[in-house]
Design a protein. Structure first.
Length: 147
């Protein structure tokens, strides 16, 4: 994780110098997730909120939705179910043009429905997630298959 911290921090600094909002938003979100995994929840949230604001400022709804999805995941893990639901719903609305992201959000909504004890709603979200992931597989897998 130390290497990830260094790399994302360097990417943020380079994006600041180049005034590249998209790289800045992406790097902030990813650094936020690393900080979350390092048990730094306040810093993780701050970084992802900054990512969301920058993405909105540059008019990139998919990057904004990615940040909201991360924030919603933090809320879910901390037991703030209503806040998680609101953020997942907003992320789904903002990131609607990305089938892959919608698939991830639908999966998260399925998890939330399972926690609430609603198997029908959970299955509906899981089915939608699966359908979207068939249409839009992970960008990482696509990159690996091109090598």
């Amino acid at each position: 994780m130390a290497e990830a911290l260094q790399c994302y921090t360097a990417a943020i600094q380079a994006a600041e110098r180049a005034s590249d909002g998209a790289i800045m938003a992406e790097s902030l979100r990813r650094l936020g997730i690393v900080q979350h995994r390092r048990s730094q929840p306040a810093l993780a949230r701050e970084l992802c909120e900054r990512s969301h604001h920058i993405a909105m400022d540059i008019g990139d709804p998919v990057l904004a939705a990615e940040a909201l999805n991360a924030l919603a995941g933090f809320d879910l893990e901390s037991g703030s179910m209503n806040a998680a639901r609101e953020k997942f719903d907003e992320a789904l609305e903002l990131g609607g043009s990305s089938e892959y992201l919608r698939g991830r959000i639908e999966q998260n909504l399925g998890i939330l429905a399972s926690i609430h004890g609603d198997p029908r709603e959970a299955m509906a979200h899981y089915r939608e997630s699966l359908a979207l992931r068939v249409i839009a597989p992970s960008p990482r897998r696509l990159g690996a298959s091109a090598r």
